[in-house]
Design a protein around this ligand. Structure first.
Ligand code: ASP
Length: 582
């Protein structure tokens, strides 16, 4: 028996009992006549005491030699501590050791195994197994496990069935590049790793499974900007005989359940907003609605004066920053520089100080009088003491620039509180998105998403105007889930492929299996997928998904611990019928 209990379990009520503990040497304090060792495992820390007077001198000598992170087993008696530590649950007791076994020695770890470690990100990732011993990482993994357990519990209670789908498949178009796997047995042919189980879950509906879910890995070969991982986890779901309303209700239920069980937060009903409104009011299809700062469109009140920058702009739009009228010239210049950074891309910024006394001072006083500026304040909802920031130009670009500024300021002003939860359904997404570079349309969600009823004809005349039965669930400014009602009719699916630029032959070659299946009684169906990594991070009140993944990849898609990806030897290449050309 390696242990009779764990390092987090013993309390004052255990005083007098004999115990066996196993764990890692966390810390050692040597006072000469007595040695204390903090013994650590997943459950906590228990203080061991070695005392020549009360046990043996040999044992004390043995303890003195213990290095950090050595794995030991200690037998002894639980005794009351002379100086208690109220900061840890086991702080009232210690174990007077009578037998010590060294189970395995450890090299000196390259960084300290403490909550605040001296190890940088790179070294911690290389020795991730040591990093996982630290509380912040360990607790995140335990937290993630709790979330997935609640997901399974809720969905299972609702009658969902967990079905696994294959990883070695053919390409699924979710908008990214595929990772491919060469097939040894099928010379010159490749599998693709799923960007999601999309087509399989639809086939499960044709198969009559009715309610499916899976906590599943998805693979997308994307450039890894901003906290993305090439492999990530989805809570993937699909239901048959449903309309959009059924899906929204079911998964609002799941999200409420998680917020309640995990965070103790109860939310009555999630608000809904159309995609068009989200773009108009927040410049963003995943608005953080924990704070205001809604956009005010100023075309009507700011154009037709002599200010040509505005007159020639498609959109003039502003936001009011609460309590910022006192910003100094220097602070405002810094904001202007911020929006002009290439990552944001604005050409400049106009501002209006709404002074406490009701007067206005702007950077465009030459063109606009107090009355004009008063109207701007009205439209942007600015109050005395606020600063209005105004951007102008091409509508889409200007909206995304102002949205970036809104989020930056909210971060700076501490308006994005991690313990506040504001879910939002964004609905009525456009079916198609215009690729401005190539002038072609592609599916905004994916090609299996159905247009709103009665809008199929519009595809011929005004494809950009067609709305989809597609929805996203947004939480605190992050898209945590997205899905749609699917096409279940072969003809409609064929029409969709045509509009996405597939020839009938190409559509058949790539998705013939799905269109064939639609001919055998495909039920109306729809679904959604949640990004589990991000959901867990947000529920955990943190920003980076990497902190909630046991073995994440770095920004170049590398696992620095196992050193992957790596080359393979010539023999393996030959077997796979591959030649490296570089
Ligand atoms: N397969 C979609 C995705 O990965 C989700 C869905 O439509 O259910 O985004």
């Amino acid at each position: 028996m390696y242990r009779s209990t764990t390092c987090g379990a013993l309390r004052a009520s255990d005083i007098g009992s004999e115990v066996v503990l196993s764990g890692w040497v966390h810390k050692l304090r040597d006072k000469g006549f007595v040695v204390w060792v903090d013994l650590r495992d997943r459950y906590g820390i228990t203080q061991l005491v070695f005392d020549a007077d009360r046990t043996s001198k040999d044992l004390l000598e043995k303890a003195r030699e213990l290095g950090r992170e050595t794995v030991i087993q200690a037998k002894g008696q639980v005794i009351e501590r002379a100086s208690k530590n109220p900061n840890i649950p086991t702080g009232e007791i210690e174990v007077l050791v009578t037998e010590l076994t060294i189970l395995n020695k450890s090299l000196l770890p390259p960084f300290t195994i403490e909550d605040d470690t001296d190890g940088g990100e790179d070294i911690r990732m290389k020795y991730r197994y040591l990093d996982i011993r630290r509380n912040p990482v360990k607790n995140n993994l335990i937290f993630r496990s709790k979330v997935t357990m609640e997901v399974r519990k809720y969905l299972t209670d609702q009658g969902f069935i967990d079905v696994e789908t294959p990883y070695l498949i053919k390409s699924t178009p979710e908008g990214a590049r595929d990772f491919v796997v060469p097939s040894r047995m099928n010379e010159g042919q490749f599998y693709a790793l799923p960007q999601s189980p999309q087509t399989f879950k639809q086939l499960l509906m044709v198969g009559g499974m009715d309610k499916y879910f899976q906590i599943v890995k998805c693979f997308r070969d994307e450039d890894l900007r901003a906290d993305r991982q090439p492999e990530f986890t989805q809570i993937d779901c699909e239901m048959a005989f449903v309309e959009q309303e059924d899906i929204l209700n079911t998964f609002e239920g799941l999200t409420k359940h998680l917020l309640k069980e995990i965070k103790g937060v109860e939310i009555e009903e999630f608000p809904r907003m159309t995609f068009d409104d989200a773009m108009r009011l927040y410049g963003n299809d995943k608005p953080d609605i924990r704070f205001g700062m809604q956009f005010g469109e100023l075309n009507e009140v700011a154009q037709h004066k002599d200010f040509n920058v505005f007159n020639s702009a498609e959109l003039v739009v502003g936001i009011a920053i609460p309590g910022a009228s006192e910003y100094t010239r220097k602070e405002i210049d810094a904001l202007i520089d911020w929006v002009k950074r290439p990552q944001v891309g604005a050409k400049g910024m106009v501002y209006v100080k709404c002074n406490e006394d009701g007067s206005y001072k702007s950077s465009v006083d030459k063109f606009y009088d107090e009355q004009d500026l008063g109207k701007w304040a009205e439209v942007t909802g600015a109050k005395p003491g606020d600063l209005i920031c105004v951007l102008s130009g091409n509508a889409n670009e200007t909206r995304s620039q102002l949205s970036a500024l809104r989020m930056e300021l909210a971060n700076r002003l501490g308006l994005r509180k991690p313990d506040e939860f504001a879910p939002l359904w964004v609905v009525d997404f456009p079916l198609l998105e215009l690729d401005e570079e190539t002038g072609t349309y592609h599916a905004m969600h994916h090609p299996f998403t159905s247009p709103k009823p009665g809008q199929l004809e519009l595809l011929e005349t005004d494809p950009g105007a067609v709305k989809a039965n597609a929805y996203d669930l947004v939480l605190n400014g992050n898209e945590i889930g997205g899905g749609s009602i699917r096409i279940h009719d072969k003809q409609v699916q064929a029409t969709m492929f045509k509009h996405l630029g597939f020839t009938p032959e190409e559509a058949k070659a790539q998705f013939g299996f799905l269109m064939d299946a639609f001919q055998y009684g495909a039920p109306p169906h729809g679904g959604i997928a949640f990004g589990l990594d991000r959901l867990v991070a947000i529920l955990g009140g943190q920003e980076t998904i990497r902190d909630f993944i046991a073995f994440p990849k770095n920004n170049s898609g590398r696992d620095v611990m196992i050193d992957a990806p790596a080359t393979i030897d010539d023999e393996q290449l030959k077997e796979l019928h591959l030649k490296i050309d570089m």
